[in-house]
Design a protein around this ligand. Structure first.
Ligand code: TRP
Ligand code: MN
Length: 453
């Protein structure tokens, strides 16, 4: 493994690359990489450092990370309305968590770059025809035809441009007044407002407005206070397609450190976390805050080795561990991992992804998840940390602002017969806006009940 000093943005190429598409035309790929390398960065080093400072607060038990967004963003679903509605749900969840639990919430989207998917099989076969698996719109398209499934390097450029426009809109929304706390009622979409969760949200929003009015009556006009005018909103995605990530990696003129400027935070998936593999070799050298998915096959020795490589100085905020065990396995698998790192004085932040270990096929064949399983895994995550006296530092969920019917139960009480009503995900099933809000209220309660000794 390259040491930090001989790391370069391309040194990952000396290691085995898992989950790599079968690019049919490498010259075309290289031309696109050269073009991307000349583009302006999507995010800036100083912003990534700001996120890392906030994550360090969370790792000290003083903040909570909310990481949320699509499983896979789509080239066909990037309207301003869709982005705005997703942001509304995330802001609502953040309000519920901040207000009900009294803990600052760090807001990170799976957005503006979450276009690539790891697959369990490289190929998919239907009726004797064998094609490249769908790997997300960064690589190919989901239709089952030779044309759609052929990996196309031009998609790297298309993904960059869609990320630019998504991020531009997010920056406008989060700093331009839309996210100001005085607009807390405006984020409750009509179909949400009519639900039980929506009404519960209205109560909190009323209380916040009343608190602000009270302070104003006392002579303190908090409406002018900068911190209430907007939010810090950060982007993240799985760093899967390394030619794309390398092409957007830039050296920071201030510190000389390398940053992957495709997003503020990049994570390594459970399928690409090999210690001697290309993904670890690449990400260890960039100074962004990193995420690492931790699935049920992870053992204590592997985890210790990975945190040592990805966070050699044990820097708070550098590495976020995203547990995705499944509700059946978390109680068996998670405690020994948390305990091992705790006993070594590690500073990594533990967060819970209660989605990916709980996917199953419904009777109609659709991929789905049951809200009860999602909630149960989250509850167990908090219980493990309560038991070990460590901080349950965050929640990682797949959601959308739309009224979809992809997950069962929760605020919207969908069952298996309803899944076809509005199933629009191109990959995994997402919580809809009401289910997301329901989840936030439950997690706020878990946080409020969490005892620190
Ligand atoms: N800036 C503060 C924060 O991010 C307060 C705030 C403003 C806020 N707008 C918000 C909190 C929207 C949650 C949602 O916490
Ligand atoms: Mn997913």
């Amino acid at each position: 493994m390259a040491t930090q000093s001989d790391w370069t943005p391309r040194s990952w190429r000396d290691y085995p690359v898992t989950q790599s598409p079968h690019w049919p035309d490498l010259d075309h790929l290289h031309a696109v990489e050269a073009e991307l390398a000349k583009k302006p960065p999507l995010v800036f080093a100083g912003e990534a450092r700001r996120l890392q400072t906030q994550l360090a607060q969370a790792s000290a038990g003083k903040a909570f990370l909310l990481q949320a967004g699509d499983c896979a963003e789509s080239f066909h679903e990037a309207s301003a309305d869709a982005i705005r509605d997703k942001l509304k749900v995330i802001l609502q969840m953040a309000v519920a968590l901040t207000y009900a639990a009294g803990v600052p919430v760090i807001k990170v989207g799976r957005i503006a770059g979450q276009f690539a998917k790891p697959r369990s099989d490289d190929f998919e076969e239907r009726q004797g025809i064998r094609l490249e698996a769908f790997r997300g719109h960064l690589v190919n398209s989901e239709e089952f035809s030779a044309e759609a499934r052929r990996p196309d390097p031009d998609r790297l450029l298309a993904a960059y441009h869609q990320s630019v426009s998504t991020l531009n809109l997010l920056r406008a929304f989060t700093t331009g007044g839309f996210a100001a706390l005085s607009r807390v009622h405006a984020w409750n979409q009509e179909f949400v407002a009519n639900s039980l969760e929506g009404k519960r949200y209205e109560v909190i929003a009323d209380e916040i407005e009343r608190a602000l009015a009270f302070m104003r009556a006392c002579g303190i006009d908090l409406h002018d206070d900068q911190s209430l005018q907007g939010v810090d909103f950060f982007t993240s995605h799985e760093a899967l397609i390394l030619p794309y990530e390398q092409a957007l990696t830039r050296q920071d003129s201030l510190t000389g450190d390398w940053y992957d400027c495709s997003a503020h935070l990049l994570w390594i998936g459970d399928r690409t976390r090999q210690l001697d593999g290309a993904h670890v070799a690449f990400l260890r050298g960039v100074a962004n805050p990193l995420g690492l998915k931790v699935g049920p096959s992870m053992n204590v020795d592997e985890l210790k080795a990975l945190v040592e490589v990805l966070n050699p100085a044990n820097t708070p905020g550098r590495l976020t561990l995203i547990s995705r065990m499944g509700t059946e396995r978390i109680a068996e698998k998670l405690p020994s991992l948390v305990q091992a790192l705790r006993d070594e004085g590690r500073t990594e932040l533990w967060t819970c992804d209660p989605m990916h270990g709980n996917t199953f096929k419904a009777v109609g064949g659709q991929k789905t998840r049951d809200f009860e399983d999602i909630l149960s895994e989250t509850a167990q995550f908090f219980a493990v940390h309560q038991e070990l006296n460590t901080w349950p530092g965050g929640l990682h969920v797949e959601l959308t602002g739309d009224d979809v019917t992809e997950c069962l139960g929760g605020g919207s009480a969908w069952n298996e017969d309803d899944l076809d009503l509005n199933y629009t995900s191109i990959c995994d099933p997402r919580l809809n806006a009401t289910q997301s809000l329901d989840m936030a209220f439950h997690v706020a309660e878990f946080l409020r009940d969490f005892r620190r000794d």
